[in-house]
Design a binder for this molecule. Structure first.
Ligand SMILES: Nc1ncnc2c1ncn2[C@@H]1O[C@H](COP(=O)(O)OP(=O)(O)OP(=O)(O)O)[C@@H](O)[C@H]1O
Length: 265
């Protein structure tokens, strides 16, 4: 269970990115975080694993308040939180396998990782994960030889090999075409269901969020404006979250797409 209590972030510039957020996410729940640009979505995700230091408030992962941890303790706690990024954050000159195994860096010692001597069970698990996401044949390719969708699959494997309790996912589809975006969202949600993993997915595309998750939280000006099911996300609610922004365009775009979902994007 993840619990945010009165989580607040004011940047040095004076920007109040989060205004006292209270939120509970039970084990196994996948939640989409939506809202207009600047609403505080990335800040919220990054405050949870303290890539951004919260100004005040608490972040409880099970029985631990992450905001109270020393840097050593935080390093340990971060193992429990896998992160998936928009720009994949792969090491381009390393192979797919090496990129996946880098997700174990929080577990193996410095010299072992420096010499790239990972335990055999980690290597076996990396192969299993690559097989699950349809990339087994690509294990020895360099990351810079992959398509965007393939890169994101590697990013997903790297996060999962950490064996996390929680996935923090920051705009996973922002660099992808609509069809690949759907495949990646489906994959993330299926993997969470298979593993009983909770996830927070920061996603711009409202229609994609509605297709795949059971709970949507809408942020506006750093506060929660909506918390409910995709079905409750009516045009009126969307207008309160986004203002008069033209959110309808994204919905039409996805509905017009054909539903042929190949695997190897
Ligand atoms: N490093 C920073 N320093 C100062 N202000 C920042 C910083 N990062 C974000 N902000 C401000 O905090 C607010 C929230 O930004 P954040 O990036 O969390 O929003 P977002 O909802 O993720 O936006 P987007 O969808 O455009 O990525 C914005 O007003 C932004 O300008």
């Amino acid at each position: 269970m993840l619990r945010l209590k009165k989580l607040l972030k004011t940047y040095k510039t004076g920007d109040q990115a989060l205004k006292s957020i209270d939120l509970e996410i039970p084990d196994g729940q996948v939640l989409a975080l939506i809202g207009p640009s600047g609403a505080g979505k990335s800040t919220m995700i990054r405050c949870i694993n303290r890539l951004v230091e919260p100004t005040s408030g608490e972040v409880w992962l099970d029985d631990t308040d992450l905001t109270k941890l020393s840097s050593g303790e935080l390093r340990q706690a971060r193992r429990q939180m896998g992160m998936i990024f928009q720009e994949y954050a792969l090491v381009e000159r390393l192979t797919v396998m090496e990129n996946v195994l880098s997700g174990r860096l929080g577990y193996v010692g410095f010299w072992r990782s420096f010499l790239r001597k990972y335990p055999q069970k980690d290597v076996d698990e990396a192969y299993r994960l690559l097989d699950r996401v349809g990339l087994l044949a690509m294990a020895d390719k360099r990351a810079d030889e992959l398509s965007g969708g393939q890169r994101q699959r590697v990013g997903i494997c790297r996060a999962l090999i950490q064996d996390p309790k929680l996935l923090l996912v920051d705009e996973p589809t922002a660099s992808l075409d609509p069809k690949t975006s759907r495949q990646i969202m489906r994959l993330i949600c299926e993997l969470c269901a298979e593993r009983g993993l909770a996830a927070i997915i920061n996603i711009h595309d409202v229609a994609l969020a509605q297709m795949f998750v059971s709970r949507v939280v809408g942020l506006r000006f750093g506060a929660i404006e909506f918390d409910g099911t995709p079905q409750e996300l009516t045009p009126d609610v969307l207008t309160t979250i986004y203002g008069e922004e033209d959110w309808e365009a994204t919905i039409e775009k996805v509905e017009d797409e054909d539903e042929d979902e190949g695997a190897a994007a």
